[in-house]
Design a protein around this ligand. Structure first.
Ligand SMILES: Nc1ncnc2c1ncn2[C@@H]1O[C@H](COP(=O)(O)OP(=O)(O)OP(=O)(O)O)[C@@H](O)[C@H]1O
Ligand SMILES: Nc1nc2c(ncn2[C@@H]2O[C@H](COP(=O)(O)O)[C@@H](O)[C@H]2O)c(=O)[nH]1
Length: 208
């Protein structure tokens, strides 16, 4: 009997800063086996508690420019005046192994991934905050950024939200457990997409 296998999915999360995508991404990685996080490169300074290589690859502006120029990034963008990008090699390896890869990128990154050679396997989810006031509260309560950084991120929130219609799914992150459950359900459905399966025709032919 022929076997059905599946191409790996690129599971992309975006949101305005502070809506909760990093929190939800961490939950999903624990609760949905077989999902691997794409660790981005960035020129942003490390926040307290962040680990190089786990949260981000923290690189110099020169190092980032060399990666971008050498084609080592699958996508890259400037966000809040800093540079962020997705290292290409690990993603290509994981997808070739049939693993699903999780991306926490802004709308520019999501758009580039959709437009890439891997675009057919992208499933994108936009995480919305329940309100702008709650977004502001979360950014302050997170207590990781200076007040001027929080203000800059709030000023950009509406621009990011304006790109919500480009996404396949929208999740309003009010209750964290409910949002995590919705993301698990979306991932499960995406994994079963017929278009992602390989070997289906041979399997069906063997059945007859
Ligand atoms: N559903 C929720 N209810 C209440 N607080 C939440 C919820 N989801 C996330 N938070 C909190 O909101 C803050 C921002 O969350 P998080 O850092 O995950 O946001 P983010 O979208 O990844 O931001 P950034 O883009 O800046 O990385 C955190 O302190 C997190 O614990
Ligand atoms: N286009 C990309 N955007 C990225 C990437 N990694 C993170 N991000 C986005 O940047 C902002 C800010 O993140 P923070 O950790 O500094 O708060 C957020 O919207 C992320 O989604 C990337 O590789 N490419």
């Amino acid at each position: 009997m022929s076997a059905i296998s599946r191409r790996g999915a690129l599971f992309v999360l975006s949101s305005p800063s502070g809506a909760g995508k990093t929190t939800l991404a961490r939950r999903l990685l624990v609760e949905s086996p077989g999902l691997t996080l794409s660790v981005s490169a960035t020129t942003r300074p490390k926040r307290e508690g962040e680990v190089d290589g786990a949260d981000y690859h923290f690189v110099t502006p020169e190092g980032f420019a060399a990666m971008a120029a050498g084609g080592a990034l699958l996508e890259h963008a400037e966000v809040f005046g800093l540079r962020y990008g997705t290292p290409r090699a690990p993603v290509e390896t994981w997808l070739a192994e049939g693993r699903d890869v999780l991306f926490d990128v802004d709308w520019q990154g999501a758009r580039q991934l959709r437009g890439s050679a891997l675009g057919a396997d992208v499933a994108s989810v936009f995480i919305l905050p329940p309100s702008i006031a709650e977004l502001d509260r979360r950014l302050r309560a997170r207590n990781l950024d200076a007040p001027e950084t929080v203000a800059r991120r709030m000023a950009k929130a509406r621009d990011e939200i304006a790109h919500c219609p480009e996404y396949d799914y929208v999740v309003v992150n009010d209750d964290l457990d409910a949002s995590a459950a919705t993301l698990r359900a979306i991932l499960a459905a995406e994994r079963a997409r017929r278009a992602r399966l390989t070997g289906l025709d041979a399997f069906l032919a063997d059945l007859t």
